[in-house]
Design a binder for this molecule. Sequence first.
Ligand code: URA
Length: 202
Amino acid sequence: RAFEEGFKPSNLTELDQAVQACRRCPLWRDATQGVCGEGPRSARLMIVGEQPGDQEDLAGRPFVGPAGQVLDAALAEAGIEREDVFVTNAVKHFKHEPQGKRRLHKTPTAGEVSACRWWLDAERRLVKPKVIVTLGGTAALGLLGRKVAVTKERGQAVELGDGAKALLTVHPSYLLRIPDEAGKTAERERFVKDLKRAKALL
Ligand code: URA
């Protein structure tokens, strides 16, 4: 029973196996699988999203759907190789509700984020990134353990106490939802700028 009190995964494979057995909150019930972080254990940069989406839930990999495409393009523009980054989520199971044939994303509760923080902390312990970028409010809550006004705190480095720094920014799916092209382009540029700031902190 890998998820019991006191268990500490000693590598990322063990962590992944333990996440599959996680019953710390009920989200595992409706999900295909737990989706852990992906990337080198030696990564200096960690990126934290909210939770797996529909495609991530099926693939078992973070950020492979539409938001992942936005993230990949922005990373490339910021001169960051995704292969060098440890990409993960604040919540490891896909929370959703049915709408017709589709599975509609539902924002995880603070309680679910807090339950899953245990896994994010375990990933941080193993990877020991120098800089952690959080995408959106849920990711910031998962990392910092407090409610964050991302629009106010974005782009500034926050000391995490263990020598690492956090940089908060918006979620790529927010960029996807901006209706007008000019606004979308401007926000996308700000997002890339935040990623460049994170790179400069490495
Ligand atoms: N959105 C997220 O926050 N994480 C993913 O892995 C995919 C979409």
